[in-house]
Design a protein around this ligand. Structure first.
Ligand SMILES: [Zn+2]
Length: 352
């Protein structure tokens, strides 16, 4: 999930070209086949099949989340039927890729490849696989499903235009549009298939503790917003690390109401945890059964603990944000940010 970039895309700013020196003016050729990235574009039929199968994504959705996804209160529908409606809504939003869009996306992957080969070879060895959805699906946010990066139409169209304009101007070789977003999303694909590599980053570097199972709560089941890029809400954080006390579970929820908006009504929250008799943790609830929680950005010291405060509601997102910057080196003070030396140490081995 990439909440912040959605707004950039809508403002037409996400395709800003970073300084040309970043990647150099390297022209990728097919002279060295091993360096050519593999890029796949799913047909609408393939995409519909990939979205509907392969994980339990829709099976775990609560009603508030489904209402936000489809933009309807879905009156009278059972939860089972509402989940089917969410699946069908996404399937109906699948779009094919034009030849120009394929050239633009392939171009981004090819321009990134030398950097990935030298800095993060695991990415260079991994196929890029793309699905395109109309912007009405998934709140218009880029995200991943299985091994596929799901792009909103707005991003594909913006990059296709950028590709065409820079090609005409003879400046395509220096282009860096799309780099940050695609490396972020491909990180989620890698997290899904190489969880054993990423776990030490989450625990030893970020400081999270993996709970044995997702803590259950009837209120959360109805209000949680499933992040396709971080569905395992099992990462507890000990506030003693940031000078506080007690444990929290970062999560994303939606408020009550007939048609909550996605992502405008998303709430990143810190849910209070307490030790249970088995040595684990349980969710602390008020007398009415509602989990005790507060906005995540109001937890003293939490945002500042990580190198970037955006999207720190799940370690998968913290890693995608930090590793994208680490690979692209597109932030001047990167090495001075919190945890970055340890993240760099992990990445050097973990992404080899
Ligand atoms: Zn993400």
């Amino acid at each position: 999930m990439n909440v912040s970039r959605r707004h950039l895309l809508q403002a037409g700013a996400a395709v800003a070209v970073l300084p040309a020196a970043r990647l150099g003016a390297t022209t990728i050729t097919v002279a060295m086949p091993a360096t050519v990235p593999r890029v796949a574009f799913l047909s609408p039929d393939q995409a519909r099949d990939a979205l509907a199968h392969g994980d339990a994504y829709y099976a775990g959705m609560g009603l508030q989340e489904i209402r936000a996804r489809v933009g309807s209160a879905l009156p009278g529908l059972s939860l089972v039927d509402a989940r089917a409606a969410a699946r069908d809504f996404d399937a109906a939003a699948v779009l094919p890729f034009s030849d120009d869009a394929r050239a633009a996306l392939r171009g981004i992957a090819e321009r990134l490849q030398p950097l990935l080969l030298s800095r993060a070879p695991l990415y260079a060895r991994t196929e890029w696989s793309f699905i395109q959805l109309d912007d009405r699906a998934e709140g218009g946010m880029p995200h991943t499903r299985g091994r596929h990066i799901v792009l909103p139409k707005a991003a594909v169209e913006a990059w296709t235009k950028k590709h065409r304009d820079l090609l005409a101007a003879g400046k395509l070789a220096q282009a860096s549009f799309g780099n940050s977003l695609l490396v972020h999303e491909q990180t989620h694909v890698l997290e899904r298939f190489h969880g054993d590599r990423f776990e030490p980053l989450f625990t030893q570097v970020f400081g999270f503790t993996r709970l044995p199972a997702i803590p259950q709560s009837a209120w959360l089941a109805a209000h949680r917003c499933t992040n396709p890029d971080g569905p395992d809400v099992v990462w507890a954080f000990d506030l003693a690390r940031v000078g506080g006390s007690g444990w929290i579970l970062p999560d994303v929820v939606l408020p009550d109401g007939d048609t909550p908006r996605m992502p405008e009504d998303f709430e990143s929250v810190a849910i209070e945890l307490a030790p249970d008799a088995d040595g684990g943790h349980r969710i602390v609830v008020d007398a009415d059964g509602v989990p005790r929680r507060r906005p995540l950005d109001k937890v003293p010291g939490y945002d500042a603990w990580f190198p970037f405060p955006d999207e720190d509601f799940h370690p998968n997102e913290i890693a995608a944000v930090a590793l994208s910057h680490w690979i692209l080196r597109d932030v001047p003070d990167l090495d001075k940010r919190p945890l970055m030396p340890a993240i760099a140490d992990w990445a050097t081995a973990g992404l080899a």
